[in-house]
Ligand binder design. Structure first.
Ligand code: HEM
Length: 423
């Protein structure tokens, strides 16, 4: 709970909203509040060789951009990092950066694997995993929640979905942790490129073994599905395995770690959760609104467009939609800076909106629910034992380290003791 300095709106012209250091080392709430009220369509001008881009901060404008498939595309990148640096090499093959009919076709294949019915077993094993990780953390007294608990939850679920061999999972975690963010300010960009390439190569090898296999996992589903009588290409197969791993691992980890920090910062909400006064599904939505693991969405305009009758955005302009700000828009959320586990309705944009609405939203929410439920049953209280570390990224938002000490819930301990004695 180390307070980071707040950036003043007066400094808007001097900061760069595409700078990872800004999001790791500073708080921007005042800037977002000002932009929503005064400049809902703000053009950040060039910074050195970096091109300018639109900054959209209101909920209703974010929804309008996400909904408008005719004027906004992801095919030049769906985050500032790629949009401002020449595009995304997976455009046209990876779901998140593909539009039009091909997007619908690939999404329809993947949707089969992400229905609540298909995810039932994964949900069950998630709960067992989370309970085990929490039990270890309680027993060890001190833990780094980000590394010891959150680090092991989403990756396990995705690896189950893709049927990644258990022996490869630690290796993959080490790569995904560096593909889109860094623990340090000065990490060389080559680290992230190398990690991305290694993940792609890994999936290229694994996917080739699943062509014509009888397995019931998502890689086999992709490898053996056909569109207009043709299999997906190797590039599409590899890019979409990578997309699932990247889309679902780090985001989920940050939501989970952020939930613990939020509960420590709001002891009244922790007590309400403990006393069973909150609905777990509503609580998970509030954690997702609050933590915002994906800070913004990026789009390029394919034609001149006026958004919500307000601002003309020109063809070819890069646009960033700030989910963090939309999730705190006072026109949509009553008292948006209050962390309220019983908040309903909760129209957060954490999973975006429209045609690219997160494919893994149900799984992502299941993970947060499993952690909240585990904390409620097993943990009596927690205390932060060291400084948290925020990651360096413009797109992802969360902590790489959160040292905490978890105390056991005495009621749960005595129940476990009675059950063990009985049998
Ligand atoms: C798309 C956030 C979990 C797979 C997205 C988008 C967001 C998002 C904001 C939209 C990107 C855009 O519009 O450009 C999150 C968060 C998660 C989470 C915050 C966890 C808390 C997952 C999981 C998976 C996943 C668990 C899969 C295992 C995807 C995929 C897309 C996507 C494949 C692209 C969908 C499309 O383009 O049609 N996610 N995600 N996500 N997410 Fe997630």
């Amino acid at each position: 709970m180390t307070a980071r300095p707040m950036v003043s709106p007066d400094d808007l012209e001097n900061i760069d909203l595409a700078d990872p250091r800004l999001h790791a080392e500073f708080e921007l709430d005042e800037v977002w509040r000002y932009l929503r009220a005064e400049k809902p369509f703000y053009w950040q001008t060039e910074r050195g060789s970096q091109p300018g881009f639109w900054v959209i901060t209101r909920h209703e404008d974010a929804v309008a951009v996400y909904k408008d498939k005719d004027h906004f595309t992801t095919e030049h990148g769906n985050a500032l990092g790629t949009l401002l640096n020449g595009g995304d090499s997976a455009a046209g093959s990876m779901l998140a950066v593909t539009d039009g009919i091909r997007h619908t076709q690939i999404r329809n294949i993947l949707m089969k694997a992400f229905s609540p019915r298909m995810l039932h077993d994964i949900g069950e094993s998630l709960r067992i995993t989370v309970d085990g990780l929490l039990a270890d953390a309680i027993e060890n007294d001190d833990c780094d929640f980000a590394k010891d608990v959150s680090g092991n939850v989403p990756l396990g679920a995705i690896c189950d979905l893709l049927a990644v061999p258990r022996s490869d999972r630690k290796y993959l975690l080490s790569l995904t942790a560096h593909a889109w963010s860094s623990d340090y300010a000065d990490a060389p960009p080559e680290d992230s490129w190398a990690a991305k390439n290694e993940i792609l190569l890994y999936f290229s090898d694994l996917a080739s073994t699943r062509r014509s296999s009888e397995h019931n996992d998502v890689i086999s589903l992709l490898a053996n599905s056909q569109i207009d009588g043709e299999n997906l290409s190797d590039a599409e197969l590899m890019a979409n395995c990578y997309g699932l791993m990247i889309g679902g691992d780090e985001t989920g980890r940050h939501a989970i770690t952020g939930s613990v920090l939020a509960l420590m910062e709001h002891p009244d909400q922790w007590q309400a959760l403990k006393r069973g006064e909150v609905d777990i599904s509503a609580a998970a939505d509030e954690v997702l609104r609050w933590t915002v693991p994906s800070l913004h969405g990026g789009r390029m305009t394919t034609g001149d467009v006026v958004v919500n009758g307000q601002q003309l955005i020109k063809k070819g302009d890069p646009v960033s939609v700030w989910i963090y700000s939309a999730n705190r828009d006072e026109k949509v959320f009553e008292d948006p800076y209050r962390f309220d586990l019983n908040r309903t309705p909760n129209k957060h944009l954490t999973f975006a909106f429209g045609s690219h609405f997160c494919l893994g939203h149900y799984l992502g929410k299941l993970e947060v629910e499993a952690v909240l439920d585990g904390l409620r049953r097993m943990v009596g209280g927690f205390e932060q034992t060291g400084k948290e570390n925020w990651i360096y990224s413009t797109i992802l938002h969360g902590m790489s380290s959160l040292p905490v000490s978890l105390k056991a819930d005495q009621g749960a301990l005595s129940k476990a003791g009675t059950a063990a004695a009985a049998g």
